[in-house]
Design a protein around this ligand. Structure first.
Ligand code: AMP
Length: 176
């Protein structure tokens, strides 16, 4: 992707200071989603790196990971697996807990969502400290998936979330 295009996309991400808590600068991607050209450019660029690789599934993390994941799955001709907050999935699930800056959180996946050996990518809108994606990797691995890659629209590089994801092929479109 050209520098010009990357700048165009970056301009569509809005900083919201002190959201959802004081001291956090929230990267709001809704202006990018709202712009048909920017949304398409972002999804096409994220998909590009996986074209020609055999993939079975895209795994998206609730909730913004569903938006990006669904678009990627459509382009890459794969199924889509949602990782959801507890209590949302109706069938039998596996659950993984992880630490947040304050407190902890959990994600669930349907037990029959992925067959052992299926080739998947996991996607989310943003990599911050890496705890959410680390838990997602561990959850997907309990089902025996082969994780081909991890893809983010945005990475907050200064938080060093990648250090949580060693051994995984991690890419992000826009890094701060
Ligand atoms: P982490 O587990 O710290 O990597 O946090 C990643 C998850 O929290 C992603 O699902 C993001 O959507 C969300 N998140 C964390 N920090 C931010 C931020 N500054 N702006 C927007 N979303 C964020």
């Amino acid at each position: 992707m050209s520098t010009h295009t990357l700048v165009q996309l970056t301009q569509k991400i809005r900083d919201i200071p002190d959201f959802p808590r004081k001291g956090i600068v929230f990267k709001d991607i809704t202006p990018l989603l709202n712009d048909p050209q920017a949304f398409k450019m972002a999804i096409d660029a994220m998909a590009h790196q996986y074209i020609g690789q055999h993939l079975d599934l895209v795994v998206g993390i609730e909730a913004r990971g569903f938006i990006i994941g669904a678009a990627l799955a459509y382009i890459l001709n794969t199924g889509l697996i949602p990782l959801r907050k507890p209590g949302k999935l109706p069938f039998l699930t596996h659950r993984m807990s992880y630490n947040l800056e304050y407190g902890s959180a959990e994600l669930e996946v349907h037990r029959d969502a992925i067959k052992p050996g299926q080739r998947v990518i996991i996607v989310d809108d943003l990599l911050a400290t890496g705890g959410t994606m680390r838990a997602s990797v561990d959850l997907v691995k309990t089902l025996g998936a082969e994780i081909v890659g991890i893809s983010f629209l945005v990475e907050l590089g200064f938080l060093e979330g990648r250090s949580q994801l060693q051994g995984c092929d991690v890419t992000s479109l826009i890094t701060y």
